[in-house]
Design a protein around this ligand. Structure first.
Ligand SMILES: Nc1ncnc2c1ncn2[C@@H]1O[C@H](COP(=O)(O)OP(=O)(O)OP(=O)(O)O)[C@@H](O)[C@H]1O
Ligand SMILES: [Mg+2]
Length: 402
Protein backbone atom coordinates (compact mmCIF):
# COMPACT_ATOMS: atom_id res chain seq x y z
CA UNK A 1 0.00 0.00 0.00
CA UNK A 2 1.28 3.47 -0.79
CA UNK A 3 1.73 6.18 1.83
CA UNK A 4 -0.33 8.36 -0.44
CA UNK A 5 -3.88 7.68 0.69
CA UNK A 6 -5.48 8.08 -2.76
CA UNK A 7 -2.97 5.92 -4.59
CA UNK A 8 -4.68 2.55 -4.46
CA UNK A 9 -4.96 -0.34 -6.92
CA UNK A 10 -8.59 0.71 -7.40
CA UNK A 11 -7.54 4.22 -8.43
CA UNK A 12 -4.97 2.79 -10.84
CA UNK A 13 -7.59 0.50 -12.34
CA UNK A 14 -10.03 3.38 -12.67
CA UNK A 15 -7.61 5.62 -14.54
CA UNK A 16 -6.60 2.73 -16.79
CA UNK A 17 -10.20 2.56 -18.02
CA UNK A 18 -9.03 5.49 -20.12
CA UNK A 19 -6.51 3.37 -22.03
CA UNK A 20 -8.16 1.94 -25.10
CA UNK A 21 -6.85 -0.91 -27.16
CA UNK A 22 -6.41 1.10 -30.35
CA UNK A 23 -7.66 -1.70 -32.57
CA UNK A 24 -10.54 -3.00 -30.54
CA UNK A 25 -11.66 0.45 -29.46
CA UNK A 26 -12.43 -0.73 -25.96
CA UNK A 27 -10.84 -0.07 -22.63
CA UNK A 28 -8.10 -2.55 -21.70
CA UNK A 29 -9.89 -2.94 -18.36
CA UNK A 30 -13.22 -3.86 -19.95
CA UNK A 31 -11.41 -6.26 -22.26
CA UNK A 32 -9.96 -8.12 -19.29
CA UNK A 33 -6.39 -7.31 -20.31
CA UNK A 34 -5.48 -5.78 -16.95
CA UNK A 35 -4.29 -8.72 -14.88
CA UNK A 36 -2.72 -7.22 -11.79
CA UNK A 37 -2.01 -3.90 -10.12
CA UNK A 38 0.45 -3.48 -7.28
CA UNK A 39 1.26 -0.27 -5.43
CA UNK A 40 4.28 -0.02 -3.14
CA UNK A 41 4.61 2.20 -0.09
CA UNK A 42 6.96 4.47 -2.04
CA UNK A 43 4.48 4.99 -4.83
CA UNK A 44 5.93 2.53 -7.33
CA UNK A 45 3.16 1.04 -9.44
CA UNK A 46 3.41 -2.29 -11.22
CA UNK A 47 0.79 -3.14 -13.78
CA UNK A 48 0.43 -6.47 -15.50
CA UNK A 49 -1.15 -6.45 -18.91
CA UNK A 50 -2.10 -9.54 -20.88
CA UNK A 51 -1.84 -8.95 -24.59
CA UNK A 52 -3.87 -10.54 -27.34
CA UNK A 53 -0.65 -11.23 -29.18
CA UNK A 54 2.88 -10.34 -28.33
CA UNK A 55 4.07 -8.66 -31.51
CA UNK A 56 3.23 -5.48 -33.39
CA UNK A 57 3.87 -1.87 -32.35
CA UNK A 58 0.66 -1.90 -30.34
CA UNK A 59 2.53 -3.25 -27.38
CA UNK A 60 4.67 -0.13 -27.18
CA UNK A 61 1.60 2.02 -27.68
CA UNK A 62 -0.35 0.40 -24.89
CA UNK A 63 2.70 0.54 -22.64
CA UNK A 64 3.26 4.25 -23.12
CA UNK A 65 -0.45 4.99 -22.70
CA UNK A 66 -0.52 2.98 -19.47
CA UNK A 67 2.59 4.67 -18.10
CA UNK A 68 1.31 8.14 -19.00
CA UNK A 69 -2.12 7.61 -17.51
CA UNK A 70 -0.82 6.20 -14.24
CA UNK A 71 1.54 9.13 -13.87
CA UNK A 72 -1.60 11.27 -13.84
CA UNK A 73 -2.32 9.99 -10.32
CA UNK A 74 -0.88 11.83 -7.35
CA UNK A 75 1.95 10.13 -5.46
CA UNK A 76 3.21 7.91 -8.29
CA UNK A 77 6.98 7.45 -8.50
CA UNK A 78 7.79 4.72 -11.01
CA UNK A 79 5.50 2.79 -13.30
CA UNK A 80 6.45 -0.69 -14.39
CA UNK A 81 4.56 -2.66 -17.00
CA UNK A 82 4.77 -6.45 -17.05
CA UNK A 83 3.34 -8.55 -19.80
CA UNK A 84 1.55 -11.80 -19.94
CA UNK A 85 -0.26 -13.55 -22.74
CA UNK A 86 -3.94 -14.23 -22.54
CA UNK A 87 -4.86 -17.87 -22.23
CA UNK A 88 -6.72 -19.42 -25.12
CA UNK A 89 -9.95 -19.19 -23.16
CA UNK A 90 -9.43 -15.58 -22.13
CA UNK A 91 -8.65 -14.70 -25.69
CA UNK A 92 -11.91 -16.05 -27.00
CA UNK A 93 -13.83 -14.31 -24.22
CA UNK A 94 -12.13 -11.07 -25.17
CA UNK A 95 -12.92 -11.55 -28.84
CA UNK A 96 -16.50 -12.32 -27.95
CA UNK A 97 -16.76 -9.08 -26.00
CA UNK A 98 -15.12 -7.04 -28.71
CA UNK A 99 -17.43 -8.55 -31.31
CA UNK A 100 -20.56 -7.93 -29.27
CA UNK A 101 -19.37 -4.42 -28.67
CA UNK A 102 -18.82 -3.86 -32.38
CA UNK A 103 -22.36 -5.09 -33.14
CA UNK A 104 -23.98 -3.20 -30.32
CA UNK A 105 -22.72 0.06 -31.70
CA UNK A 106 -24.36 2.29 -33.30
CA UNK A 107 -21.23 3.47 -31.54
CA UNK A 108 -21.49 5.09 -28.21
CA UNK A 109 -19.46 7.86 -29.72
CA UNK A 110 -18.28 8.35 -33.25
CA UNK A 111 -14.86 9.37 -32.08
CA UNK A 112 -12.35 6.81 -33.38
CA UNK A 113 -10.43 4.92 -30.69
CA UNK A 114 -7.20 6.12 -32.27
CA UNK A 115 -8.19 9.79 -31.87
CA UNK A 116 -6.48 11.62 -29.01
CA UNK A 117 -8.99 13.68 -27.06
CA UNK A 118 -7.93 16.82 -25.29
CA UNK A 119 -10.33 18.97 -23.28
CA UNK A 120 -9.35 22.58 -22.56
CA UNK A 121 -10.82 23.48 -19.19
CA UNK A 122 -10.77 25.98 -16.37
CA UNK A 123 -12.94 26.66 -13.39
CA UNK A 124 -13.58 30.17 -14.51
CA UNK A 125 -14.82 32.21 -17.44
CA UNK A 126 -12.69 34.50 -19.56
CA UNK A 127 -9.28 32.94 -18.93
CA UNK A 128 -8.63 32.09 -22.57
CA UNK A 129 -9.89 28.51 -23.04
CA UNK A 130 -11.51 29.20 -26.38
CA UNK A 131 -8.59 31.26 -27.72
CA UNK A 132 -6.17 28.48 -26.76
CA UNK A 133 -8.39 25.79 -28.29
CA UNK A 134 -8.68 27.69 -31.58
CA UNK A 135 -4.95 28.36 -31.78
CA UNK A 136 -3.87 24.83 -30.88
CA UNK A 137 -6.30 23.51 -33.49
CA UNK A 138 -4.85 25.50 -36.36
CA UNK A 139 -1.27 25.05 -35.15
CA UNK A 140 -1.71 21.25 -35.05
CA UNK A 141 -3.49 21.27 -38.41
CA UNK A 142 -0.64 23.31 -39.87
CA UNK A 143 1.68 20.49 -38.78
CA UNK A 144 -0.41 18.17 -40.95
CA UNK A 145 -2.57 16.66 -38.20
CA UNK A 146 -6.26 15.94 -38.71
CA UNK A 147 -8.05 18.03 -36.14
CA UNK A 148 -11.59 18.24 -34.85
CA UNK A 149 -12.84 21.00 -32.60
CA UNK A 150 -15.89 20.38 -30.49
CA UNK A 151 -17.29 23.52 -28.95
CA UNK A 152 -18.75 22.11 -25.73
CA UNK A 153 -19.64 25.58 -24.52
CA UNK A 154 -23.16 24.90 -25.67
CA UNK A 155 -24.77 28.24 -24.98
CA UNK A 156 -21.69 30.43 -24.63
CA UNK A 157 -20.05 29.27 -27.85
CA UNK A 158 -17.26 31.36 -29.34
CA UNK A 159 -15.37 28.92 -31.59
CA UNK A 160 -17.20 29.91 -34.82
CA UNK A 161 -16.17 33.53 -34.37
CA UNK A 162 -12.59 32.69 -33.36
CA UNK A 163 -12.07 30.43 -36.37
CA UNK A 164 -14.05 32.61 -38.74
CA UNK A 165 -16.54 29.86 -39.63
CA UNK A 166 -19.68 31.13 -41.21
CA UNK A 167 -21.37 27.99 -42.55
CA UNK A 168 -24.19 25.95 -41.16
CA UNK A 169 -23.98 22.32 -40.09
CA UNK A 170 -25.89 19.87 -42.22
CA UNK A 171 -27.30 16.52 -41.36
CA UNK A 172 -27.03 13.64 -43.77
CA UNK A 173 -28.53 10.16 -43.54
CA UNK A 174 -26.02 7.34 -43.51
CA UNK A 175 -26.50 3.83 -44.94
CA UNK A 176 -28.56 2.72 -41.92
CA UNK A 177 -30.82 5.73 -42.30
CA UNK A 178 -29.43 7.49 -39.27
CA UNK A 179 -29.09 11.26 -39.50
CA UNK A 180 -25.48 12.29 -39.00
CA UNK A 181 -24.19 15.80 -38.57
CA UNK A 182 -21.35 16.80 -40.84
CA UNK A 183 -18.75 19.07 -39.30
CA UNK A 184 -17.65 22.15 -41.19
CA UNK A 185 -14.13 21.81 -42.57
CA UNK A 186 -11.82 24.77 -42.59
CA UNK A 187 -8.63 24.44 -44.57
CA UNK A 188 -5.45 25.61 -42.89
CA UNK A 189 -2.62 26.52 -45.22
CA UNK A 190 0.58 24.81 -44.16
CA UNK A 191 2.92 26.59 -46.50
CA UNK A 192 3.82 23.25 -48.12
CA UNK A 193 1.73 21.02 -50.42
CA UNK A 194 -0.20 19.35 -47.67
CA UNK A 195 -3.20 21.25 -46.46
CA UNK A 196 -4.36 20.77 -42.91
CA UNK A 197 -8.02 20.71 -42.00
CA UNK A 198 -9.88 21.66 -38.86
CA UNK A 199 -13.36 20.12 -38.58
CA UNK A 200 -15.62 22.23 -36.42
CA UNK A 201 -18.85 21.55 -34.58
CA UNK A 202 -20.53 24.16 -32.43
CA UNK A 203 -24.00 25.04 -31.28
CA UNK A 204 -23.38 28.31 -33.10
CA UNK A 205 -23.35 26.47 -36.43
CA UNK A 206 -26.68 24.71 -36.24
CA UNK A 207 -29.25 25.02 -38.94
CA UNK A 208 -32.17 27.10 -37.89
CA UNK A 209 -34.57 24.86 -39.71
CA UNK A 210 -37.52 23.30 -37.95
CA UNK A 211 -36.25 19.73 -37.65
CA UNK A 212 -32.88 20.64 -36.30
CA UNK A 213 -34.34 23.10 -33.88
CA UNK A 214 -36.74 20.43 -32.66
CA UNK A 215 -33.93 17.98 -32.24
CA UNK A 216 -32.13 20.32 -29.88
CA UNK A 217 -34.99 21.89 -28.01
CA UNK A 218 -35.06 21.14 -24.34
CA UNK A 219 -31.85 19.17 -24.33
CA UNK A 220 -29.93 19.47 -21.15
CA UNK A 221 -26.31 20.43 -21.58
CA UNK A 222 -24.77 17.03 -20.97
CA UNK A 223 -27.19 15.56 -23.45
CA UNK A 224 -26.11 18.06 -26.07
CA UNK A 225 -22.49 17.01 -25.61
CA UNK A 226 -23.52 13.39 -25.95
CA UNK A 227 -25.33 14.21 -29.16
CA UNK A 228 -22.27 15.97 -30.55
CA UNK A 229 -20.20 12.90 -29.81
CA UNK A 230 -22.63 10.31 -31.12
CA UNK A 231 -24.24 12.07 -34.08
CA UNK A 232 -21.35 13.93 -35.61
CA UNK A 233 -19.53 12.17 -38.39
CA UNK A 234 -16.02 13.08 -37.27
CA UNK A 235 -14.20 10.68 -39.54
CA UNK A 236 -10.57 9.83 -38.83
CA UNK A 237 -9.01 12.49 -36.63
CA UNK A 238 -5.63 12.63 -34.95
CA UNK A 239 -6.94 15.01 -32.29
CA UNK A 240 -10.30 16.10 -31.04
CA UNK A 241 -9.97 19.32 -29.06
CA UNK A 242 -12.87 20.16 -26.80
CA UNK A 243 -13.48 23.74 -25.73
CA UNK A 244 -15.12 23.25 -22.34
CA UNK A 245 -17.58 25.63 -20.73
CA UNK A 246 -16.36 27.27 -17.53
CA UNK A 247 -16.92 25.36 -14.32
CA UNK A 248 -16.94 21.81 -13.14
CA UNK A 249 -20.46 20.70 -13.80
CA UNK A 250 -22.32 18.06 -15.75
CA UNK A 251 -20.34 18.50 -18.93
CA UNK A 252 -17.11 17.39 -17.34
CA UNK A 253 -18.79 14.34 -15.81
CA UNK A 254 -20.42 13.50 -19.13
CA UNK A 255 -17.10 13.82 -20.90
CA UNK A 256 -15.30 11.40 -18.62
CA UNK A 257 -18.14 8.93 -18.99
CA UNK A 258 -18.39 9.15 -22.78
CA UNK A 259 -14.70 9.53 -23.58
CA UNK A 260 -12.67 7.99 -20.76
CA UNK A 261 -9.56 8.42 -22.90
CA UNK A 262 -9.89 12.23 -22.78
CA UNK A 263 -7.11 14.17 -21.11
CA UNK A 264 -7.26 17.71 -19.89
CA UNK A 265 -5.36 20.96 -20.20
CA UNK A 266 -6.22 23.22 -17.29
CA UNK A 267 -5.96 26.94 -18.03
CA UNK A 268 -5.17 29.38 -15.25
CA UNK A 269 -4.40 33.09 -15.09
CA UNK A 270 -1.03 34.01 -13.56
CA UNK A 271 -2.31 35.61 -10.35
CA UNK A 272 -1.18 33.56 -7.37
CA UNK A 273 -4.56 33.63 -5.71
CA UNK A 274 -6.46 32.78 -8.88
CA UNK A 275 -5.83 29.06 -8.91
CA UNK A 276 -8.44 28.01 -6.42
CA UNK A 277 -10.99 27.59 -9.17
CA UNK A 278 -8.57 25.94 -11.55
CA UNK A 279 -7.54 23.59 -8.76
CA UNK A 280 -11.16 22.56 -8.40
CA UNK A 281 -11.20 21.51 -12.05
CA UNK A 282 -8.05 19.46 -11.59
CA UNK A 283 -9.58 17.88 -8.53
CA UNK A 284 -12.73 17.05 -10.41
CA UNK A 285 -10.62 15.53 -13.19
CA UNK A 286 -8.92 13.30 -10.67
CA UNK A 287 -12.15 12.19 -9.12
CA UNK A 288 -13.50 11.25 -12.52
CA UNK A 289 -10.13 9.67 -13.38
CA UNK A 290 -9.23 11.93 -16.24
CA UNK A 291 -5.59 12.71 -16.62
CA UNK A 292 -4.51 16.33 -16.39
CA UNK A 293 -2.02 16.51 -19.23
CA UNK A 294 -0.74 19.88 -18.17
CA UNK A 295 -1.32 23.34 -16.78
CA UNK A 296 -1.38 26.28 -19.16
CA UNK A 297 -0.84 29.69 -17.67
CA UNK A 298 -2.44 32.33 -19.87
CA UNK A 299 -2.10 36.10 -19.84
CA UNK A 300 1.36 35.85 -18.33
CA UNK A 301 3.71 38.84 -18.29
CA UNK A 302 3.38 41.30 -21.17
CA UNK A 303 6.62 42.06 -22.95
CA UNK A 304 6.53 45.59 -24.34
CA UNK A 305 8.21 46.46 -27.66
CA UNK A 306 11.07 48.07 -25.68
CA UNK A 307 11.69 44.73 -23.97
CA UNK A 308 10.35 45.74 -20.57
CA UNK A 309 8.31 43.07 -18.78
CA UNK A 310 4.95 43.88 -17.18
CA UNK A 311 3.25 41.36 -14.95
CA UNK A 312 -0.14 42.93 -15.41
CA UNK A 313 -2.16 40.04 -13.99
CA UNK A 314 0.46 38.90 -11.49
CA UNK A 315 2.90 36.01 -11.71
CA UNK A 316 3.55 32.54 -10.38
CA UNK A 317 0.00 31.16 -10.63
CA UNK A 318 0.80 28.44 -13.14
CA UNK A 319 3.76 27.19 -11.17
CA UNK A 320 1.80 27.12 -7.96
CA UNK A 321 -1.10 25.22 -9.53
CA UNK A 322 1.39 22.78 -10.99
CA UNK A 323 2.80 22.15 -7.51
CA UNK A 324 -0.66 21.82 -6.07
CA UNK A 325 -1.86 19.27 -8.62
CA UNK A 326 1.34 17.50 -9.59
CA UNK A 327 0.61 18.23 -13.25
CA UNK A 328 3.36 19.80 -15.35
CA UNK A 329 3.27 23.51 -16.26
CA UNK A 330 3.41 23.07 -20.04
CA UNK A 331 3.06 26.65 -21.29
CA UNK A 332 3.04 30.27 -20.24
CA UNK A 333 1.31 32.36 -22.85
CA UNK A 334 2.02 36.06 -22.52
CA UNK A 335 -0.57 38.80 -22.70
CA UNK A 336 -0.68 39.78 -26.31
CA UNK A 337 -3.15 42.30 -27.73
CA UNK A 338 -2.93 40.46 -31.06
CA UNK A 339 -4.68 37.44 -29.51
CA UNK A 340 -7.84 39.46 -29.01
CA UNK A 341 -7.62 41.44 -32.26
CA UNK A 342 -6.99 38.47 -34.53
CA UNK A 343 -9.55 36.39 -32.63
CA UNK A 344 -12.22 38.94 -33.41
CA UNK A 345 -11.27 38.73 -37.07
CA UNK A 346 -11.58 34.95 -37.10
CA UNK A 347 -7.89 34.37 -37.77
CA UNK A 348 -6.11 32.82 -34.79
CA UNK A 349 -2.91 34.57 -33.79
CA UNK A 350 -0.68 31.61 -34.71
CA UNK A 351 -1.68 32.25 -38.34
CA UNK A 352 -2.28 36.00 -38.32
CA UNK A 353 0.78 37.06 -36.33
CA UNK A 354 3.05 34.02 -36.10
CA UNK A 355 6.00 36.08 -34.84
CA UNK A 356 4.16 37.47 -31.84
CA UNK A 357 5.26 36.15 -28.45
CA UNK A 358 1.89 34.47 -27.78
CA UNK A 359 1.88 32.76 -31.19
CA UNK A 360 5.39 31.41 -30.66
CA UNK A 361 4.43 29.89 -27.31
CA UNK A 362 1.17 28.42 -28.64
CA UNK A 363 2.93 26.91 -31.65
CA UNK A 364 5.57 25.44 -29.39
CA UNK A 365 2.89 23.93 -27.14
CA UNK A 366 1.18 22.36 -30.16
CA UNK A 367 4.48 20.79 -31.21
CA UNK A 368 5.10 19.51 -27.69
CA UNK A 369 1.64 17.93 -27.59
CA UNK A 370 2.11 16.08 -30.85
CA UNK A 371 5.69 15.04 -30.20
CA UNK A 372 5.84 14.13 -26.52
CA UNK A 373 2.84 15.02 -24.37
CA UNK A 374 0.15 13.20 -26.34
CA UNK A 375 1.43 11.90 -29.67
CA UNK A 376 -1.03 10.04 -31.91
CA UNK A 377 -0.81 6.25 -31.66
CA UNK A 378 1.55 4.37 -33.92
CA UNK A 379 -0.78 2.09 -35.81
CA UNK A 380 1.25 1.22 -38.88
CA UNK A 381 0.93 -2.37 -39.91
CA UNK A 382 -1.62 -3.42 -37.31
CA UNK A 383 -4.99 -2.47 -38.64
CA UNK A 384 -6.01 -5.61 -40.47
CA UNK A 385 -5.00 -7.92 -37.65
CA UNK A 386 -8.12 -7.61 -35.55
CA UNK A 387 -10.40 -8.67 -38.39
CA UNK A 388 -8.38 -11.85 -38.71
CA UNK A 389 -8.67 -12.45 -35.01
CA UNK A 390 -12.43 -11.92 -35.00
CA UNK A 391 -12.92 -14.13 -38.04
CA UNK A 392 -10.89 -16.87 -36.38
CA UNK A 393 -12.80 -16.52 -33.11
CA UNK A 394 -16.08 -16.84 -34.99
CA UNK A 395 -15.00 -19.89 -36.92
CA UNK A 396 -13.85 -21.51 -33.69
CA UNK A 397 -10.27 -21.80 -34.89
CA UNK A 398 -7.45 -21.23 -32.49
CA UNK A 399 -6.95 -17.49 -32.31
CA UNK A 400 -3.25 -17.15 -31.80
CA UNK A 401 -1.48 -15.25 -34.52
CA UNK A 402 2.25 -14.83 -34.94
N1 LIG B 1 -2.85 35.72 -24.05
C1 LIG B 1 -3.81 36.64 -24.23
N2 LIG B 1 -3.49 37.94 -24.37
C2 LIG B 1 -4.44 38.87 -24.55
N3 LIG B 1 -5.74 38.62 -24.60
C3 LIG B 1 -6.14 37.33 -24.45
C4 LIG B 1 -5.18 36.28 -24.27
N4 LIG B 1 -5.88 35.11 -24.16
C5 LIG B 1 -7.19 35.42 -24.27
N5 LIG B 1 -7.35 36.76 -24.45
C6 LIG B 1 -8.62 37.50 -24.58
O1 LIG B 1 -9.37 37.29 -23.38
C7 LIG B 1 -10.74 37.19 -23.65
C8 LIG B 1 -11.27 35.86 -23.11
O2 LIG B 1 -10.69 34.81 -23.86
P1 LIG B 1 -11.51 33.50 -24.24
O3 LIG B 1 -12.85 33.84 -24.78
O4 LIG B 1 -10.62 32.66 -25.06
O5 LIG B 1 -11.69 32.88 -22.77
P2 LIG B 1 -12.63 31.68 -22.29
O6 LIG B 1 -11.94 31.10 -21.11
O7 LIG B 1 -12.96 30.79 -23.40
O8 LIG B 1 -13.92 32.45 -21.84
P3 LIG B 1 -15.39 31.85 -21.54
O9 LIG B 1 -15.30 31.23 -20.20
O10 LIG B 1 -16.27 33.05 -21.58
O11 LIG B 1 -15.70 30.85 -22.60
C9 LIG B 1 -10.90 37.31 -25.16
O12 LIG B 1 -11.22 38.63 -25.47
C10 LIG B 1 -9.51 36.97 -25.69
O13 LIG B 1 -9.24 37.60 -26.89
MG1 LIG C 1 -14.82 30.15 -24.15
Amino acid sequence: MSDHPDLTPEAVTAILRGVLDPELGMSIVDLGMLKDVRVSADGDVTVKIALTTAGCPLRGQIQSDVVNKVHGLAGVREVDVEYGELTQEERSTLMQRARLEAQRRAPETRVAPTTRVLAISSGKGGVGKSSITANLAVALAAQGRRIGVLDADIWGFSIPRLLGVAGRLRAQKNAEGKGLIEPIDIPVGTGSDSEGVVRVVSMGLLLDDEDTALMWRGLILAKALEQFLTDVDWGQLDYLLIDMPPGTGDIQMALSRLLPQAEMLVVTPPAKNAQKVAARVADMARRSYMKVLGIVENMSAFVAPDGSVHEIFGAGGGRRLSKLTGAELVAQIPIEPQVAVTGDEGRPVVLAAPDSAAAIELTRLAAQISSTLLPPPEMAGCTARIFDLIAQAESGEPTSVE
